[in-house]
Ligand binder design. Structure first.
Ligand code: SF4
Length: 337
């Protein structure tokens, strides 16, 4: 039994211009203690998918068109607000990209951590304060006793993100959703926050869904990867499958567009040409077809199914059909994407 199972999830948003099909037929799972990265460009549907797990998709304008989200054998999509409140913060927590928008600027940091503990745990005032200071120490905030009394604006960007992590971990959740947790930080602080998350994950065995556009972060943190494009999950597998045996041209394009700091070989970075599909009326075939140099006739008219490449490795690309030439054959005879 998986800790979380998302099956055939579909989410639209009503706008004046029509309905945006933000998430289409997305399925993946997260096991206990596993770190799953969801990768994709902005607008690919990764954040909406994560928000739907936390019950944060506003309805309206959001409409759940179909699918299910099962967490610990309970259907999250059918829960009332009250039931969801019990789960949020205690069993599933979220760390957002910009802590300044999610921290309360008028409340001391210590009190914000305590608030989460008070709502979900039966603890005395004294115990809660002790735990809040302990959590600040755990996320490497220096002088936690005096920092406990301070407001978010008195913290640096990196410390605010650490404080957010402390709040998210306060009730020892089973699942932590981190939505671009280091994007707003400078590179050195990014590395420190990632290191902290990695250490805490090892200590607590918390499962993590890491939303990111940064494949470097994925390689550092995750065991499994789900690649999203145009509201769909186009490839999923282990980090090794995705980085070394990718079976989708979009994933290969993404990999070619990131610098490899470990490699001594000088390789040219190749951006993926073109723009993502219009999600008001997405193409009926493969959403990547207009940007894909391997596109065949079938790709334009028919949506590729999820082809099984290996154990838990799937790719939505016709090149994986038994009678297709195969992506490696195509790659060897053509210019890179
Ligand atoms: Fe390219 Fe066709 Fe594969 Fe889509 S299905 S990625 S268009 S080859």
């Amino acid at each position: 039994m998986h800790l979380l199972e998302v099956k055939n999830l579909a989410i639209n948003f009503k706008t004046y211009g029509g309905e945006v099909k933000a998430v289409r037929d997305v399925s993946f799972h997260v096991d206990e203690g596993e770190v799953v990265a969801i990768v994709g460009e902005s607008g690919s549907g990764k954040s909406v998918t994560a928000q739907s797990i936390m019950g944060l998709v506003p309805r309206p304008p959001g409409i759940i068109k179909g699918g299910s989200i099962i967490f610990k054998e309970q259907e999250l999509l059918h829960m009332t607000r009250k039931e969801m409140r019990k789960i949020k913060g205690s069993k599933i927590s979220m760390v957002f990209q910009d802590p300044m928008t999610s921290l309360n600027p008028t409340m001391r940091i210590g009190k914000q951590i305590e608030e989460n503990l008070f709502s979900h745990k039966k603890m005395s005032k004294k115990q809660v304060k002790k735990k809040a200071i302990e959590l600040l120490r755990q996320v490497d905030i220096p002088n936690p006793e005096s920092r406990y009394e301070q407001y978010p604006h008195q913290f640096s960007g990196g410390m605010r993100q650490r404080a957010m992590i402390a709040i998210a971990l306060a009730c020892e959740p089973d699942l932590l959703i981190a939505d671009e947790p280091t994007t707003a930080l400078d590179v050195t602080i990014q590395a420190q926050v990632l290191e902290l998350m990695r250490e805490l994950q090892k200590e607590t065995n918390t499962s993590i869904i890491l939303i990111t556009h940064d494949l470097g972060v994925v390689a550092e943190m995750a065991q499994s990867v789900a690649v999203m494009y145009g509201g769909m999950l186009v490839e999923k597998g282990t980090v090794n499958d995705i980085f070394h045996h990718s079976a989708h041209p979009y994933t290969r394009g993404l990999l070619k567009s990131i610098p490899n700091v470990e490699s001594t070989e000088k390789k040219k970075l190749v951006p993926i040409k073109g723009s993502p599909p219009d999600l008001f009326s997405p193409p009926k075939g493969c959403p990547f077809a207009p940007r894909c140099k391997y596109a065949m006739d079938v790709c334009i008219d028919h949506m590729p199914p999820e082809f099984e490449i290996g154990n838990n490795h799937t790719a939505r690309c016709w090149l994986n059909h038994t009678h297709a030439p195969g992506i490696d054959e195509f790659e060897s005879r053509s210019e890179p994407l």
